[in-house]
Design a protein around this ligand. Structure first.
Ligand SMILES: Nc1ncnc2c1ncn2[C@@H]1O[C@H](COP(=O)(O)OP(=O)(O)O)[C@@H](O)[C@H]1O
Ligand SMILES: [Mg+2]
Length: 216
């Protein structure tokens, strides 16, 4: 029964602009409940539609990315009335934490960046963009990269979407790391392994976007 299956065990892990995330247990498993919050500036019917669409997009993209062999949280349940997804809690730290908490050696940082590149390469090669690829939307469990927060991804991405994913990673590395270029190189090396046929044109587009941003 719902009430028995869902037991809130903690205060919010994250309280963002779009969603609140709390830890729960789900049938004895470590889970999180991600609830999309209502936005006062949206008309009510539109607000409900947007929250519902994003929830559905997230569930679909998490599942489809996993079918490509990537690590994403399993969705355990959907609470449509509350605009909430109950999903597996991926143990580990976000990439932002790995890069900023001072616990990771340079060697580990380079390794994680390369693994992120490879995972993103696979995602792109499989025909999906992430859409919001910052360090807080990637979890590292010491072994694998897991993608979370995928609702802005596309299943019919264009070259520009791939370029934006790569560009966002570079920007994020720039804000999080003391030596971003070396780490971004490791990331790109991994990316080329994950997406051998698309790496050249996608990284070229990322460079073009960087130029556009710089001179606009
Ligand atoms: N499945 C999960 N496993 C582990 N941590 C998660 C999971 N989902 C979310 N989190 C944590 O909660 C934070 C916010 O969740 P996220 O899905 O990125 O929502 P938002 O739209 O608010 O950014 C993440 O940065 C991460 O720290
Ligand atoms: Mg997020």
């Amino acid at each position: 029964m719902e009430e028995v299956a869902h037991q809130t065990v903690g205060s919010p892990l994250s309280d963002g602009a779009e969603a609140t995330v709390v830890a729960e247990s789900y049938l004895g498993l470590e889970a999180i409940r991600k609830t999309r919050v209502s936005k006062a500036y949206r008309a009510e019917a539109f607000d409900r539609r947007i929250r519902n669409e994003r929830l559905r997009a997230e569930v679909r993209l998490l599942r489809e990315a996993r079918r490509m062999g990537l690590r994403t949280p399993h969705v355990f349940d959907i609470d449509e009335a509350a605009f909430a997804i109950i999903m597996e809690r991926i143990p580990g730290r976000t990439l932002t934490e790995v890069f900023t908490d001072g616990k990771a050696s340079q060697q580990e940082v380079l390794g994680v960046a390369a693994r992120l590149g490879e995972a993103l390469g696979k995602l792109h090669a499989g025909g999906m963009s992430h859409g919001d690829l910052t360090g807080s939307n990637v979890v590292w469990n010491g072994k694998d990269i897991a993608f979370i927060d995928m609702s802005m991804g596309s299943r019919t991405p264009e070259l520009e979407d791939f370029g934006i994913d790569l560009h966002l990673v570079e920007e994020d590395f720039n804000t999080l790391l003391p030596d971003p270029p070396i780490v971004y190189q490791a990331f790109l090396h991994g990316y080329a392994l994950g997406n051998p046929s698309g790496a050249k044109k996608n990284t070229a587009r990322a460079r073009e976007i960087k130029g556009r941003v710089r001179y606009s």
